[in-house]
Structure formats: structure tokens, C-alpha cells
Write a protein that binds this ligand. Sequence first.
Ligand code: FEO
Ligand code: CA
Ligand code: CA
Length: 634
Amino acid sequence: MRENAVAARDAASRDMACAGNDRHDVPTDFERLAELAISRRGFLKGSAAFGASAFVLGAGAALHPAKAAAASLDFTPVAANGLDTVTLPEGFGWQVVARWGDPLWSDGAPFDHASRGTAASQERAFGDNCDGMALFAHEGRSVLAVNNEYTNLKIAFANRDSGKPETEDDVRKSKATHGVSVFEIARADGAWGIVQDSPFNRRITPDTPMAITGPARGHAMMRTAADPEGATALGTWNNCGNGRTPWGTYLACEENFNGYFSSSDPDLALPAGFARYGIKHEDRGYGWAMTDERFDISRHPNEPHRAGYVVEIDPLDPASVPKKRTALGRFKHENAEVTLAADGRVVVYLGDDERGEFLYRFVSDGRYTEGGDNADLLESGTLSVARFADDGSGAWIALTPEATGMASAAEVCIHTRQAASAVGATTMDRPEWVAVNPHAAEAYCCLTNNKNRGVKPNAGGDATPVGGPNPREKNKYGQIVRWRPADGDHAADAFAWDLYVVAGNPTVHRDDRAGSANVSADNMFNSPDGIAFDSQGRLWIQTDGKYSDEGDFAGQGNNMMLVGDPASGEIRRFLVGPRECEVTGITWSADRTTLFVGIQHPGEKGDSHFPEGGDAAPRSAVVAITRDDGGAIG
Ligand code: FEO
Ligand code: CA
Ligand code: CA
């Protein structure tokens, strides 16, 4: 960060219209707006994005400020670029750990670049489009659980003229690219790799048997011909972000589950609730209903009610049955950020990534006890939705049958979006990942972008007014909102919020599209998506945005990963991904000397051969990042 920006940032008590204003001669409309909002909500010295320090609720209840404890960001930021590789600061290196199609067992066929694999090879291999992940250390071993969100049909089926699955084997292959891959990794001669045939290795796919748990279990809307009890479901797919629990389980979050269903009856009247979730007569080209009638909504109209949940998986027991946790609601889940309330109840923050949808919180009924039986803490609790006020305050509104007008808790857990609409939740700019600061009672959520903000309502007809945590019309760049719960307790129903950063392009725009004061020509980015804290309290921000490097996005290059200081607001670019990828998924080795990052869909439009180069097929990959001096990296 440039010196004048640092100086501006430190001048915490200065007029907001000038503080951090290192690129404008006069305050922009947005800065005036921000100044107004900040003074209205009673910030003592301004938020981190605009200057640092504590703030209070409008009602005057003091909240715990973030500790200024984040370790210094000891690297030289990298410049934006459009290279087809991973770019890191000097003193850091990277290597591939696992690529799409790498066999997890020695009887699996190596990835074939010409055919892009078969059903048989894919079922024994790492899935495609890696996303959220977590490393579980167990008796000196490292087990990685990784979501395989989806597959790019034109890449996976480049061997077909149609660029789509055409045969039964193709559909099986497509399904096996999805789900979750669990596998052991180990470091030999400094390099991490897959431990083939490890007893921990497992593929979880759209066909893996799962238990349905929580309020929706057994409800009439959950019953199908194959499962008249509404208690078991097959599989998980489109698993985006993830979570991990203090009791050692992995949470895989089902996001765009809708795009796999279709109707063989073109005149089918869609059941109530389908439109809100984007379930239509046509799928997104996957064709799973061709060979699996579960995905034909004209034959099995309740099947879509059995997807869109958070799935809890025991990564250390390959024989365990994954559990769909309906208590955490049904929507297009991004990640599931788990923390504990002051009294030991489990708190899970959950984003619903769709334009104008909502931000949720689950608080368990039971309490976590170290070493105790915590297996079913996610089975029952209170699901709430966020309502943000323009004055910087906010509240969690419980989605009870009484509050929502719904008949039962089961209905709330199945038609969660409609329940949240009924209580007047705040429509958001696509809530992506949430991260909780391990050193302060605060949480951050990426609001990635929203071209519909201020333009049209969400799919439920809720208005999307410009304001509050969604301050820009036709929001192209995104922002990160953070909140601090009252009394420092994540189970409290009141919170105070501000914007940690408003992304933009100050080299192109001088209005609110320039971004907040902690955005400069040197660190600018768009569409924050993945977000996580490291053990030192640094905030890692991953992007899934426009990589045209033109127009509104000129100078921003490929998608990237940045590091933010929650206390000062300083943000530096740490990594630039290869062409046409998004950077998503982050976890660390037990000794914190390796940072694992996901590179998803390089070459989604045809312009990458990452990671192998030459004429190779582009392959999503988990990469390991280490310091040349072997030191900790988070
Ligand atoms: Fe799968 Fe919202 O990203
Ligand atoms: Ca995402
Ligand atoms: Ca995204």
C-alpha cells in the first residue's frame, strides 16, 4: 500500500470525505454517502475500511472491537496479470497436489487428455472443479476433503461434438466429476501428493446414500417412490463452499442443485416453490435425467426438495453415511462457517448465493463439549435470517412457523427462501462465503456482485433497494460486509455492521465504482467470493470475477487471492491465478507451513492449459503454497 494511503488510513479521526482520499481531488458521491452512513451509525473513529477502530451500536451498546493483532503481512504484493500460471510473491513457491482426474487408487486409470476420462476412470479419481476444502490432521496423517462443485461440459466432453454427455457412460462420468473427494496426502522430498490406496480415500458422488436429518426428515414433501419414509437420499452435487466443525466433521454445501433437474413432460405445471429455486423444465445441459429418473421432475416432483442442504461428512470414516442437515435450511448454500456461542451452542453462518437472496444463521439447541457426543448438534436449532438497518445496526430474525406463517418447522427448512421473505429479510448482493475472526467476535461475508441491485426484485418478488450493506446500483464489483454480535456473542440477536471493503476500479471510475479507500490501483479486484481467516487473524480473500482486463475491469487481470488486515483495512494481492479460473477453497497443513488453495475451472472459455501447459486439457487443481524458508504461512 502506498505511503499516503497508510497515512490516510491512520488519520482515523479525520473527515471521512478526505481520509484515505489519495486519488480524488474532491470527495465522490460515494464518499459523502459513506461519511453520512458512518456518522449516522455512530462510529467513534470510522471503520477499518475508512480508517480503523471501534464502533458502537446506534443504541449505544459497546461492541468488542477487533484486536489489532493480525500479524504483519510480510510479503511484497504481486501485480495483476493475465498469465496462465500461478503467480506468487518472491519467497513463495507452489506445486500441484491433485488435479481433476488424478486417480485416488492405484487401480484407477491415469487421466487421458484425449477422452477426458470415462465413467470408470472418473469414479476412481479426484473430481472436477475443486472448491471448498479442509485438511484434517489425524495421528500424523493429513486427510483432505474437497468439494467438486461441477464440471464444464465443453471441457469434460471435449471428445463429443455436442460438447455434452451423449451416452450412459458419459452421464455416469459427469456425475462422478461431482460430489466430494476425500483422500490422504503426504509430503515427500518437500512435495505434497495423493497417497493412493490410503484407507481414508473415498469418493462421495450424486449416488452415495445419505441420511436426511432434522425437521424436514419424513415430511410429505421429502417422500419419493424410492424413499417413502423421506429419510434417505442419494448423493450430493454442486458442493460449493465448505465448513468444518470443532468435532472434526466436514460440511459440504449444496449450491446450484437446481440445474440438474428437468422434465420429460414439457407441459408439466411446476409445483409450488420451484420457481423460487430456479427449478425448470430444462436442466443446464447435464442430462442426468436421461439415465436417472430421479432427475425427471415430471416423474419425481419431490426430488428437488431433497437437495439444497448442508451435508455433514466424517472424513476419517469412509464407511460413514453422510447426513443432510435440513435444520440449516434449503437454499443455494455457499459455505457454512462454524463458531461457538458464549454458552457453547454451535453457531453456523450461511450465505445463499443468488441475486437478492439472504444471509442466514443457525444456532444449535445443544451445546458443544470437548470430547463429548457432538454428533448431532446440527440436527436441531434455530435458523434465523439477517435484517440490516441503514444505521449500522442489524438483527437476526428467527424463522419460526409463527413468524413466517408456515405450517411447520419442516416447511421452513424446505422452503427457507420463502420463509425469509415472509419476515422481511434484507435482500443481499449474492452472499458468498462467511468467515469468523478467530481473534475477535466478528464475521465477514463476501457479497460478490449483483447486476440486479436497484433494478429488479429477487425471484420471490422482494424489492432490492440500494442502501445498507448493498450500497450500489447494478453492483459490478462486490463488497465485504462484516458484523459484530452484541456482547461479543455470536448467538446474540443484535449486531452492528459495516463494510470492510467496497471493491471497485479507481483507475477507471471516480464515482462509487472506484471502491472504498482501501482499494487502490495496486490491489484492486472484483467479485470477492471465498474468504477465510488464518490462525494469525489475517483475512484471505479469493475472487471469482470478471477477468476480461478491459473496460470496468481494466488492470485487474485474472482472478486472484488477497490478504486483508481486519484491523487496519489494508489489503494486498498475494496470488494471481491462471487464465479464466476462479480461486476458491483454502486450508492449511497441521504445521501451518503449507497453504492449500483451489484453482477452479481454468480455461472455462478455452484459453488455458493449466497446469500442464502445451496442448494439455485445462484441469482444476489443488495447489500447495510454501515459503522458500519453510516458515509458517498462516
Ligand atoms: Fe459456487 Fe457461489 O459460488
Ligand atoms: Ca463460490
Ligand atoms: Ca462466485
